[in-house]
Design a protein around this ligand. Sequence first.
Ligand code: UD1
Ligand code: CA
Length: 452
Amino acid sequence: MTPVDVVILAAGKGTRMKSKTPKVLHPLSGRPLVLYSVEAAAQVSSRVPVLVVGHAENEVRTAVGDRVRYATQAEQLGTGHAVAQARTLLEGQSDHVIVIYGDMPLLRAETLQALYAAQCSSAGPFTMLTQITLNPRGFGRIVRDAAGSVLAIVEEADATPEQKAIQEVNLGIYCFRADWLWGHLDQIPLSAKGEYYLTDLVAIAVGQGEQITAITLDDPLEAIGINTRVHLAEAEAALRQRINRELMRSGVTMMDPAATYIHPGVQIGRDTLILPNTIIEGPTVIGEDCVIGPNTVIRASHIADGCEVRSSVVEDSRLDQGVRVGPFARLRRGAHLEEDVYMGNFGEVKGSRLGRGVKMGHFSYVGDADVGEETNIGAGAITCNYDGVDKHPTTIGKRVFVGSSTMLVAPLTLGDGARTGAGSVVTRDVPADTLVYGVPAKPKKLPESEDS
Ligand code: UD1
Ligand code: CA
C-alpha cells in the first residue's frame, strides 16, 4: 500500500448542540469527540492527520494539541471548501487522501482500512462509505446502475419518491486518489445555499466516465454523527455497549451492562464482577476476581486481584491484592493500600500508604501518612495533617492501636506497638510500645502502668 493522508473536517459550528463548548470538544466517555476521529486516523495512516478547524479554532487547537496538523477554514463554505483548505499541506505528499468528520466518533479504524483497501484495488478516482438503513435521517441517497457502480448522490430535498425509497445513504466518508482530488476540487460549483459540496465530486467523476466504488457499513452504530445532545447520548450508549461487550467476552461479569460506564482503554481481569451504577475511568487497571460496585467511581487507579470496592470513590490510587474498601470510602490522590487492608465505611485516605493488613473500619481520615502493617485505626481517628498553612506528615508504626476518636496532630511519629486512648489528642511523638492518653496525650509505660 502507498502513503495516505487523513483529513478530518471539524470547522463547523455545531449550532444544534446549543452550547458554549465547540461541538467536537464535547466529551464522549470522558474524551473530546474529535479525538476518536484522530485515533481512527492514526490507525489507518502513520502520517499525522490534518484537522480542518474554523469555528472556535483556538479552543480546538488547545484541546487537540500537536497530535494533528491544522488547516484553517476561516469561513464555513461547505465540505468541499473545507477539504480544499488542506491542499497546501498535502498536495504532492501522498497517493491517497481519506476524508472523515470530527463528529462521527464511533467509526472504526477497521472500516477506514477497508475503505482504503477498496480504493487501492479500484481503478476509479475514489471510494465512498455508505450504509443500508431503514432510517435515512435526511442523508443523501446513493443511486447505482445495474452493474452496481455509483451514478449519483441525490440529496433528500431533490429526490423523487422512487429515489427516496433507496435504503443506501451517503455517510460522507471517502478515500480519494490524491492527484484526482486536488485536480478536481476547483470544479465543484457553488450551490444555491452558497456552499461547495464535496458530494458534487460524484457527479463530476461520473460525468467524466469514471467509475465510483462504494463499500457499505455493516454496523449501523458506526454511522452515528453527532449533531445534537440527543445524538451524543445515543453515541454514549452505543460506545458503552461496544466496550462492555468486549469486556464481557474477555471474561468480565456485568450484572447490568446498560448501567455500567467504563471508559475506553480500561483493563479488567477475568471473573471480576462489576455491579450497577459503576463508572470506571482511565487509565485504570483492575485485576481478576474483584467485586466492584454498586455505585462506585474509579479513576486512574490500579486495583490488584481479589479486591472488593463497594459504593466508594477511588481516584489516583493503588490497591494491592485482597484489599476490601467501602461501603462509602473515599481514596484520593496517592492512596496506596497494601495487601489485605480493610477500609470500611466513611473512611478517607489521601497521599498515604496503609501497610499490609491495616484495619480502618469506621469514620477515619488518614492524610499524608505512612501506616505500618497490622495497625488498627479506631473509629473516628484522624490525622490532623493541616495546620491552616502547611501540610505535615504522620508516621505510624507496625501493630499500632489508634484508639477511637484519636486526633493525631502532625508532624507526628508513633512507634511500633504504640497505643492511644480513646479521645486522646496526640501532639508529641510516641515511642514504641507506649500507651498515651488524654488531652494533650501523655505517655504511660506498657504494660506495668496499665492498672494505675
Ligand atoms: C454531509 C453530506 C451528506 C451526508 C452527510 C453525512 C455534503 C454536502 N453532504 O452533510 O451527503 O449524507 O454529511 O453525515 O458533504 N464542515 C466543515 N466546514 C464546512 C462544512 C462542514 O468543516 O464548511 C464539517 C463539519 O464540522 C462536520 C462535517 O464537515 O464535521 C459535516 O458537515 P455537515 O454540515 O454536518 O454536513 P451534512 O449536512 O451533515
Ligand atoms: Ca452532520
